[in-house]
Write a protein of this length. Structure first.
Length: 203
C-alpha cells in the first residue's frame, strides 16, 4: 500500500490573501518568488508552492479574482438600477476612495495599479484581466450616464463619451493619488467638486 502524500502545512486560502497583498503593494513583475514564499504566513517551500499554485502567474490570476470578488465590489452601485444614476455614480466614487485609503491593506486599487507593473510583452496575459476589469467599469459608468439621460436626470444633449471619460479618468486616477498619500478627506472634497460636472449636464 503506497504512502499517503504529505499534507499541506499551510492554509491555501490564506496564502492567496497574503500573496494578493504582496502583488497589490509591489505589482506583478516586482514581486519575486522569494518574496511570495517568505510573505505567505507560516512560509511555504518551493515544492509546496508549485504543487499548490503551479506558477507565479497562476497565483497572480487567483489573487486578481480574489480582489475582484472582495475589494473590487466597490463599483457594484453602477449596476444598481434601483438607485438614481447620479447617486449610483457618486456612491461608486466615494466607496472606491474609502476602500483605497482604509488601513489593513495596501493603498490604492490593485486593478488600477497592477497592470502598470506588468508592462513587458511576455506578461501581456497577466495584465489582461485587470484591463478587462477597467473596461467593465468604464462600461458601467457609460451605462449609468445613459440611464441618467433615459430617466431625465441628464439633458438629452449630454456628451456621453466625454462625461464617461472624465469620470473614468478621475476614478482610475485615485489609485495613484492614494499610493502617494492622499487622504480620504481630500478625495471626498474632490469627488464633491467632480459631481458638479454631472450637475452642469442636469436636465
Amino acid at each position: 500500500m503506497g504512502t499517503m502524500g504529505r499534507p499541506r502545512t499551510f492554509d491555501r486560502e490564506k496564502a492567496i490573501e497574503d500573496a494578493m497583498y504582496l502583488f497589490w503593494q509591489h505589482g506583478y513583475e516586482s514581486t519575486s518568488l522569494a518574496q511570495l514564499k517568505a510573505g505567505i504566513r507560516n512560509g511555504i517551500s518551493a515544492p509546496s508552492f508549485y504543487a499548490a499554485f503551479g506558477s507565479k502567474e497562476a497565483l497572480f490570476q487567483e489573487c486578481v479574482q480574489r480582489y475582484l470578488a472582495t475589494f473590487g465590489q466597490v463599483t457594484n452601485a453602477l449596476w444598481d438600477n434601483t438607485l438614481p444614476a447620479r447617486e449610483a455614480l457618486e456612491v461608486t466614487l466615494r466607496s472606491s476612495a474609502e476602500m483605497q485609503c482604509e488601513p489593513g491593506h495596501p493603498s490604492g486599487c490593485m486593478v488600477g495599479l497592477g497592470s502598470l507593473s506588468a508592462t513587458s510583452a511576455q506578461h501581456a496575459s497577466v495584465a489582461e484581466p485587470l484591463i478587462r476589469s477597467r473596461d467593465i467599469t468604464r462600461e458601467g459608468i457609460t451605462a449609468t450616464i445613459q440611464r441618467g439621460i433615459d430617466r431625465g436626470e441628464l439633458s438629452n444633449n449630454t456628451d456621453i463619451i466625454a462625461l464617461a471619460g472624465s469620470f473614468s479618468t478621475f476614478l482610475f486616477g485615485l489609485s495613484i493619488q492614494a499610493r502617494d498619500g492622499a487622504t480620504l478627506e481630500e478625495f471626498n472634497s474632490a469627488i464633491s467638486l467632480m459631481m458638479r460636472l454631472w450637475d452642469t449636464n442636469a436636465a
